[in-house]
Ligand binder design. Structure first.
Ligand SMILES: *Cc1c(COP(=O)(O)O)cnc(C)c1O
Length: 512
């Protein structure tokens, strides 16, 4: 037996240390809140090398023996140079400012440390998770037999959805040897879809060319005509069209595929319809824009990332299915965990029967806190606010001769490109590319802003992903002004390099 320790924060969480634990949570949460409140910039521009040295210098075999010292050390190693998603000038990726109730829930779920695999590790927690799955599936209109499970993220949700699609197809073709069927299955998705679809296909043992990319229209929505052609071509080639993945909110453009038309094609060609609403799911809470998801109710499976447009801390995602029996494809019964007789003896089945994970966090609690404290309408309003902001920024940039905008945003991303003033200069695509890259790197290196970029028809474009509705348009315009100034400098530097005969140099490499 361990000696009777004094109840401090440096021990296991037991009844004796529960108060010390609560105080410790307040301590670390306070340090994080103070750092967040004090962050003048979204990022300091810290470089990996010095930070890496500082982390490497820590002697992990020589503990500090004091939580406050640990917090101070982490402030130096991380918080001081953290990337702050709430900051008005963080507009890079699909990271949201988080709902306060959800953060409070994080502390609670870690304290209790429920694991949502079985009833005997979670009890009411799994009832709360199930209620939220039902609620979300109902909002999506998936019908009375719907079910689903919380996952770690959209990547995992997409993997599970495609696993179910694959196994439904294999089950429908018992006459085909499995190995042969696997090489012939085809999944159709648009060129604007998320890379996790491709990775899922690889993990599921499908052929390297199993994911058929369907081209998009000018608004970056899947072309349904092209989908039909691709499906027919694959069938003619002797392959087995299995699933179509529609994206409700593409990562780059926020474009929403023509869900109803895609559903018609899926129906006509007997394809599993998966709707990847990792980004667009927040529309389920919107009073004014829910109609943008019309057609999602016809999906066989849906991915929702609460940690994107429901303002939840990472991780919080779910995969939903229209027909709960399809989840049997991930069910394996183990005597030591979830024997078949559990459902009968306890009157409730185990959540692990529906999940790719075993031990699993109670992430659902965060959404529960949020919905119960703030309400779904408020969540929807917040997402609507971000969408309005993106529309306003796009309008503004369209009037600004320094920029060109890729598409009118449907959700909250704005993809745009800086252009030099002289028309002739604009023909120099490589130098314009380099100037846009340099501008993005410069604002990051100087800690002025964090901005993303992407490629559009081979060209480099800048991207704002706006998920903070409390930001003002003026603040976003300021970031655009900074970007334009850096891009101009880089473009001019590029001209000097060319005229001084330094061939092949990229202006982007010159950024400090
Ligand atoms: C972000 C995203 C994903 C991946 O989700 P993670 O939670 O990052 O794993 C999948 N699909 C789309 C459309 C996304 O935007």
């Amino acid at each position: 037996m361990l000696p009777d320790e004094t109840p401090t924060a440096l021990s296991l969480l037991t009844a004796r240390t529960a108060n010390a634990c609560a105080a410790a949570v307040v301590g670390s949460a306070s340090a994080a809140s103070a750092a967040l409140a004090g962050a003048a910039r979204p990022f300091t521009g810290a470089r990996p090398e010095p930070l890496g040295r500082a982390v490497a210098e820590v002697d992990l075999d020589a503990p500090l023996g004091d939580l406050d010292l640990v917090i101070a050390e982490v402030e130096r190693l991380w918080l001081r140079d953290a990337v702050w998603f709430h900051h008005p000038r963080y507009v890079a990726h699909l990271n949201c400012p988080v709902a306060v109730p959800a953060v409070a829930a994080e502390a609670m779920l870690a304290t209790v440390n429920a694991s949502l695999d079985t009833w005997d590790q979670s009890a009411g927690a799994m009832l709360i998770e199930r209620r939220l799955v039902e609620w979300t599936a109902e909002r999506a209109g998936l019908g009375p037999d719907a079910d689903g499970i919380f996952t770690s993220g959209g990547t995992q949700s997409n993997l599970q959805a495609l696993l179910l699609a694959r196994d439904e197809m294999l089950a429908a073709h018992p006459e085909l040897p499995r190995a042969e069927a696997l090489t012939r299955l085809r999944v159709f998705t648009s060129e604007a879809s998320h890379f996790s679809i491709e990775r899922a296909a690889a993990l599921l043992g499908l052929a390297p060319d199993a994911v058929v990319t369907v081209h998009t229209d000018d608004a970056r929505r899947m072309c349904v005509g092209a989908l039909v052609e691709e499906v027919s071509a694959q069938r003619a080639a002797g392959n087995l069209p299995c699933a179509v993945v529609a994206t409700a909110g593409t990562t780059d453009f926020g474009s929403i595929g023509p869900l109803t038309e895609i559903a018609d094609v899926a129906l006509a060609h007997d394809l599993w319809l998966h709707v990847d609403a990792a980004y667009g799911c927040g529309l389920l809470a919107s009073v004014t824009r829910r109609h943008l998801l019309t057609g999602i109710d016809r999906a066989d499976s849906v991915t929702v990332d609460f940690h994107k447009s429901f303002f939840q801390p990472v991780s919080s995602s779910a995969v939903l299915v229209r027909d709960r029996t399809t989840l049997r494809h991930v069910t394996i019964h183990a005597d030591y965990l979830n024997p078949v007789e559990h459902a009968e003896r306890r009157g409730i089945g185990d959540q692990v029967d529906k999940s790719l994970q075993t031990t699993r966090r109670f992430d659902a609690l965060k959404l529960w806190f949020t919905l119960r404290a703030m309400g779904a309408d408020r969540v929807g309003e917040l997402f609507d606010g971000a969408i309005d902001l993106a529309a306003a920024l796009a309008r503004h940039l369209r009037l600004d001769p320094r920029f060109t905008v890729a598409v009118d945003p449907v959700l909250s991303t704005v993809v745009f490109r800086w252009l030099p003033e002289e028309r002739a200069d604009r023909e120099d695509v490589l130098r314009v590319d380099a100037a846009n890259t340099a501008a993005r790197e410069a604002v990051m290196a100087l800690g002025e802003a964090v901005v993303a970029s992407t490629k559009l028809d081979g060209e480099t474009w800048l991207k704002f992903t706006i998920l903070n509705p409390t930001v003002e348009l003026r603040e976003l315009v300021e970031v655009c002004d900074l970007l334009a100034a850096h891009a101009e400098d880089a473009f001019d530097d590029g001209r000097e390099l060319v005229t001084s005969g330094v061939a092949g140099s990229s202006a982007g490499e010159e950024v400090a």
